[in-house]
Ligand binder design. Structure first.
Ligand code: GLN
Length: 192
């Protein structure tokens, strides 16, 4: 069975494991870099990107995940995870993994709409995918080779660049696991 890891330094880990299993793969809780050898794809969850980034540096995950991605293994960042994989973070001198050619703005929805749920049309999936936004980031700019998968109010909230997938929202906090199935398909393709 395909094994997909969830980076478990901080954030919504158990919910993603459930999503992976609903999609039909084995979910693995990843706490050490050595475990990356045993999985075919990884999800970086929502939480607090500053904290996740700090812990990634402490535990050697920056280089390990760059190698993982360079080997063509798929990486999916959700919410804070999207911030962690971005090449640039607006207003911050340094980014974290710098994998995906996107510029993100943190906490971009403002106080009025800090948290909300909606049905989103997502390219390649369907026109009514349930999405939960919590103090969500937005993708401000995408580079060449980045495919926009979803927008909300004219702003980019999901994108893909080859084996890299990013969503501003939390697909793991609903019972709609089609985004996890989409990622599983990417992982299977990367192995074919
Ligand atoms: N606001 C958080 C950050 O900037 C992300 C929020 C989330 O993951 N739900 O890291």
């Amino acid at each position: 069975m395909t094994k997909i890891g969830v980076l478990a330094l901080q954030g919504a880990v158990a919910e993603h494991i459930r999503g992976i299993e609903k999609a039909g793969a084995e979910g693995v809780v990843i706490k050490k870099t050595e475990q990356l050898d045993d999985i075919q794809g990884i999800i970086i969850p929502g939480g607090e990107s500053t904290t996740i980034g700090k812990l990634m540096r402490t535990y050697g995950f920056i280089d390990a995940l760059r190698d993982f991605s360079a080997a063509g293994k798929p990486v999916f960042g959700t919410c804070a995870g999207l911030i962690v994989i971005a090449k640039e973070i607006a207003g911050q001198p340094e980014a974290h993994l710098e994998l995906m050619d996107i510029t993100v703005a943190r906490n971009a929805f403002g106080r009025q709409r800090e948290s909300f749920e909606t049905d989103l049309p997502i390219k390649g999936i369907d026109d009514n995918v349930r999405a939960v936004f919590i103090r969500a980031p937005l993708i401000e700019e995408v580079g060449q080779g980045v495919d926009v998968l979803a927008t909300y109010d004219g702003q980019i909230v999901a994108a893909q660049q080859g084996h890299l997938l990013a969503a501003s929202f939390h697909p793991e906090l609903t019972d709609d696991f089609r985004m996890h199935s989409y990622f599983l398909d990417m992982v299977k393709q990367s192995q074919a």
